[in-house]
Design a protein around this ligand. Structure first.
Ligand code: HEC
Ligand code: HEC
Length: 216
């Protein structure tokens, strides 16, 4: 009796497959496509809506900004990114765009964002063309200033020290000016002291050189 039922079941499945086989197969393919692409999206930055969706408008796709005024986040060390998000939230670093946003982020979200952007490769804004004279002047100032001691080999950043290579030129210049006149402060005060010894023209030259450096 049992055997008959099993055989009957197999026959029903066989008939169904014969009738609807193609459709079933298509449905199965569609389902596996949906789950594969969802997995890829989630692996990229968590379930929809992703936390990074908000950042893209200003910081570019996957944190590679195509605008010299907005910093790229791609390839920055995770501890640096996390520290800056905390600084915006606490008011230690002042910015009207970032402060209200950073205040809404939990510790877990800050860590997730920092780790995500740290892993992305930076693609530099290819439209930037440094003035050769300015860039050469900047190169000399950076070599004399010993910036690699903190900002790492090839100025690629490490731990709490940001990557400077390939970062947006207007952004870097604004940051150096802000350190020089005390609007931006770092914990040790080192950057303030360094930037204050440079003239506005020298800071511009440094920014131009740093932006022209390879980002990888
Ligand atoms: C409306 C535009 C805007 C949006 C949206 C935005 N940012 Fe920003 N962000 C800025 C600007 C402008 C700066 C530079 C601030 C300054 O000049 O000090 C900045 C700076 C930063 C910095 C510091 C970078 C550095 O090199 O020091 C981090 C980190 C950052 N943003 C993370 C994020 C994250 C993560 C999101 C999404 C959750 C986000 N931002 C969304 C405009 C934006
Ligand atoms: C003693 C260590 C030290 C040295 C040397 C140093 N820096 Fe920095 N720099 C820092 C730290 C730390 C920060 C991050 C400050 C913060 O937390 O806001 C920083 C931040 C910066 C930033 C802001 C980057 C961003 O993404 O917002 C720029 C630009 C910069 N440094 C340029 C330079 C240049 C150019 C030199 C060499 C002339 C230099 N620094 C030398 C420690 C150093």
């Amino acid at each position: 009796m049992k055997r008959k039922i099993v055989l009957g079941g197999v026959a029903v499945v066989a008939i169904l497959l014969g009738l609807y086989g193609r459709d079933l197969l298509d449905l199965y393919r569609l389902q596996s496509y949906i789950s594969a692409s969802t997995e890829a999206y989630e692996a990229d930055g968590g379930p929809w809506p992703q936390l990074t969706d908000v950042c893209t408008g200003c910081h570019g796709t996957k944190g590679s900004s195509q605008h010299q005024r907005y910093p790229s986040l791609a390839g920055q060390p995770a501890p640096y990114l996390a520290a800056q998000l905390h600084n915006f939230a606490s008011g230690q670093r002042i910015n009207p765009n970032m402060a209200p946003l950073a205040m809404t982020l939990s510790q877990e979200e800050i860590d997730r964002l920092a780790n995500y952007y740290a892993k992305q490769p930076l693609s530099r804004d290819s439209s930037f063309q440094p003035e050769p004279g300015l860039r050469d002047k900047g190169q000399k100032l950076v070599a004399a200033g010993g910036c690699v001691a903190c900002h790492g080999e090839r100025l690629m950043g490490r731990e709490q020290f940001p990557r400077l290579a390939g970062q947006g030129s207007d952004y870097l210049r604004v940051q150096l000016d802000a350190f020089a006149d005390g609007r931006r402060k770092d914990l040790t005060g080192a950057m303030g002291a360094i930037a204050a010894t440079l003239s506005a023209d020298e800071r511009k030259a440094i920014a131009s050189y740093l932006t022209s450096l390879p980002a990888q």
